[in-house]
Structure formats: structure tokens, C-alpha cells
Write a protein that binds this ligand. Sequence first.
Ligand SMILES: CC(=O)N[C@@H]([C@@H](O)[C@H](O)[C@H](O)CO)[C@@H](O)CC(=O)C(=O)O
Length: 275
Amino acid sequence: MTMASSKKKLEGLVAATITPMTENGEINFSVIGQYVDYLVEEQGVKSIFVNGTTGEGLSLSISERRQVAEEWVTKGRNKLDQVVIHVGALSLKESQELAKHAAEIGADGIAVIAPFFLKPWNKDVLINFLKEVAAAAPALPFYYYHIPALTGIKIRAEELLDGIQDKIPTFQGLKFSDTDLLDFGQCVDQNQQRQFAFLFGVDEQLLSALVMGATGAVGSTYNYLGKKANQMLEAFEQKDFSSALNYQFCIQRFINFVVKLAKGCKAEPAKGRDT
Ligand SMILES: CC(=O)N[C@@H]([C@@H](O)[C@H](O)[C@H](O)CO)[C@@H](O)CC(=O)C(=O)O
């Protein structure tokens, strides 16, 4: 048994954290402690996903990513259940450096997206990349972060997962940020022993993914809609599907409102890296 497999399973809501910035585009480390307290006390969210899409990890320098990861781990100690660090990068060396660093600072897991510029042309090439990153942190649970709309890599997650633990012994689960519920369902279905975490990443459709077997969810909206989403999880658990659906509709209305608001906004420079 690897050390990774003895770890507690990542489940429930996981907030994909925003990286707080100052007006000058520097990282505002000073608010991370309060941010942790807010998630735990106000939203009931006890696990986080750092430096992912929401955290703009790929727009930060390697040094910034290391510092951000360290700050979340430090401030989350004894408060958060799990801190997973996204360590994906175009450079294998950088990704390995970040994976090693995540292990050194005591993170609970690492996640990796597919390299998206010179793209892996088939499943085996992608697996080899992921395997090399995972090997840099052999004691940490490893999650594959599937987000084809942003990476442009259309290799189905179901195909990738087939036999993955033989190649990546620390493989612990999938963060699935896509609307293809056939692919998602087939990932769950092929995992007969139920040992992996299946974390859905399209917050507005989480209820459908719960039906399909999601064991948890990673998303941006759990930063501020965590309480509502937790109520939905609770209703689903109690088999109160009509209440669960009402919560999902409420979340959808909110997300739709935010999306429309964002479309109507002119990008303001220097608040974040991706505006
Ligand atoms: C494309 C994107 O940013 N998707 C979000 C969702 O949480 C998304 O914001 C939400 O479903 C609203 O559309 C997450 O899947 C991304 C995520 O978890 C991350 O920040 O790594």
C-alpha cells in the first residue's frame, strides 16, 4: 500500500480559491488567513484547490505559485481538511518542482492539467507526462484535472482512467470540469471498487453529476455559494430530490446572473492577471 492510498478521501465541497491581489497586481498574502476562516465558518467549506483556473495559477510565476501554496497550507493548518495544489505547467520540470514543493510544505494532494500548447497527441503521451509529475511527489495523492474546454485536449477522461493506477500508483481521483456526463458516468462506472474521488467541476450542473456518482465537487462558486451547495448535498443525501433541485436551480440563477454581469463588464486592468 502506498502512503498516498492511506490518506483520507477528498470529498464534499472543495473551493477553487481565488488568488487575492493588490491594486498593483501583487499577491495579497495578508488576507489568506481571513479567507480560510470565511470558508470554514461562513460557507462550511473545509477543503481547497489552490492555483487552479480560478486561482490563475498558470498566470503566476513559479515563485509566486510556491508562495501562494505555502501560505494556504500554513493558514489552513488545523482548520482545513485538505489543501490540494494544482501543479500543472507546460514545462515538465516546473511541474515536478511544484509537485515536490507541495510535498515539502505538507499539502494533502496535487492535481495536474494536460499540457496545452504542444499537446499530447494520445493517451499514452499524456499519461507519461502525468506519471513523471506524480513521481516527483510519491507520497501525495494525485488528481488528474480534466478541463478540455480550456486545454483543448479532447482525450476522454474515461479512456485516460482505464488502467491508470498501474502507471500512476498515487492516482487518487479525477477533477472533471466538463459537461460530458457520459464520459463522467463511465469514469465512475469503471471504478468498481469505489476507491477514487470523482470531483465534479461544473457547479451549475452538480446535481446531475451527483446522480452520476460524483463523490465531491471542486469549483469557484463554493467560495461564496458553499452554504447553498452544502444544503443541496445534504438534501441529495437525504433523498429529498425536490429540495435538492430547488437548491440547484437557485445556484443556477445566481451563476447565470454573474455570467451575464461579467459579459456586460469592460475588463479592468491590473486587478488580476487574466482580465
Ligand atoms: C472554467 C471554470 O473556471 N470552471 C470552474 C467552475 O467552478 C465554474 O467557475 C463554475 O461552474 C461557474 O461556471 C472550475 O471548474 C474551475 C476550478 O475548479 C479551478 O479553479 O480549478
